[in-house]
Design a protein around this ligand. Structure first.
Ligand SMILES: NC(=O)c1ccc[n+]([C@@H]2O[C@H](COP(=O)([O-])OP(=O)(O)OC[C@H]3O[C@@H](n4cnc5c(N)ncnc54)[C@H](OP(=O)(O)O)[C@@H]3O)[C@@H](O)[C@H]2O)c1
Length: 329
């Protein structure tokens, strides 16, 4: 009999998630039925989306939503042999039973030297978000100037590097000076710490006096307002995330953005990577190739121990991570 440990959301978050919002529980899992497999999580992902989606997808007391790289440890389904690695969406849990639906095998050509945790990062959902969001929404051309915020994070660090591969000039922002050093190491042209600058408008103008062709927005709120005012005519804006306002209890109001969009004839579009599910294999293949060739550098911020999963999640929301925030069991 296997005992699964899981983290539940005790109550809906009010403002910033707090330690008392989470509780560790244990459940005995039943014996497998025909067609089922038992999996053990090796790596779990903590992502910003868990904060806004918890509002709509979870009730008080539900297991926190999320994905993991998990290994089959017992199988009554020949399609999922013992030892196989899969990305699952079973939430914050050490073990789970699946009938195979929703389990995604890692790409078959996964090189031995590439960590499997990257299936939750550079070669997983954040990688596909960066790849399709930048290429399909921003449509960067050689010589374009691309702005990306939360640039040292899981998605942003990949967006900047893909834009460089496509021949763009890339400006990135992050919240610590160590993150700026990382951004320069991975090829960003101009970087700034948005927490210490006196004026976002001034630093954006200094980094690119002629304005921006593309803006990959991970942050939203006042930051996005500042960048939108400095777009070039016909600029493209990919609305990827709005982490600066996810914890707001009262919705913030800002300058109204329609004049910038109108007079600069901008195209601004939100997106979820699932839109390109039919091209997912192609995206994964390209990302894995770039990673294996060293063209796409990745960084993981690993928190050890399932017991520390809420701390890893709260730390990521506070900006403790450089690159992808991962929990290793
Ligand atoms: N559209 C989609 O399907 C999709 C998919 C994945 C991610 N996203 C979105 O993309 C964004 C980045 O996600 P990620 O997984 O790559 O996370 P991440 O950037 O690895 O981690 C979150 C980062 O957000 C920054 N941050 C936190 N509060 C902030 C604030 N008030 N203002 C500016 N930055 C703040 C922190 O870095 P600093 O030190 O720089 O503050 C923190 O490290 C999120 O908004 C997320 O919701 C969207």
């Amino acid at each position: 009999m296997v005992v699964a440990k899981s983290w539940i959301m005790v109550q809906h978050f009010e403002g910033v998630p707090k330690p008392e919002d989470f509780k560790l529980i244990e459940r005995e899992l039943p014996p497998l039925k025909d067609g089922e497999v038992l999996l053990e999580s090796d790596f779990l992902s903590v992502d910003p989306y868990m904060r806004p989606y918890s509002k709509t997808l979870l009730k008080d007391g539900d297991i926190m939503i999320g994905s993991q790289v998990a290994r089959v440890i017992e199988s009554k389904n020949p399609a999922f042999p013992v030892g196989g690695d899969y990305v699952g969406y079973a939430g914050w849990t050490t073990h789970f039973i699946s009938d195979g639906k929703g389990l995604n095998a890692l790409p078959s050509n996964w090189p031995d030297h590439v960590p499997k945790s990257l299936a939750l990062g550079a070669v997983g959902m954040p990688g596909l978000t960066a790849y399709f969001g930048l290429l399909e929404i921003c449509k960067p051309k050689e010589g374009d100037i691309v702005m990306v915020n939360s640039a040292a994070g899981a998605v942003g660090s990949l967006v900047g590097q893909i834009a460089k591969i496509k021949g763009c000039k890339v400006v990135g922002s992050a919240g610590t000076d160590d993150k700026l050093t990382f951004l320069k190491e991975i090829g960003f042209d101009e970087v700034f710490n948005y927490k210490t600058v006196s004026s976002l408008a001034e630093v954006l103008k200094k980094a690119s006096p002629e304005g921006y062709d593309c803006f990959f927005d991970n942050v939203g709120g006042k930051f996005a307002d500042a960048v939108l005012q400095q777009m070039k005519d016909f600029g493209r804006v990919a609305v990827c995330g709005a982490i600066s306002i996810y914890n707001d209890s009262v919705p913030s109001t800002g300058p109204y953005i329609q004049p910038y969009i109108l007079f600069k004839q901008l195209r601004m579009e939100g997106f979820l990577p699932a839109r390109w599910d039919n091209q997912k294999a192609e995206g994964e293949k390209q990302l894995l190739e770039w990673v294996a060739e060293g063209k796409l550098k990745y960084h993981e911020h690993i928190t050890n121990g399932f017991v520390n999963m809420p701390a890893g999640f709260m730390g990521m929301l506070r900006g403790e991570n450089t690159g992808k925030a991962i929990i290793r069991i």
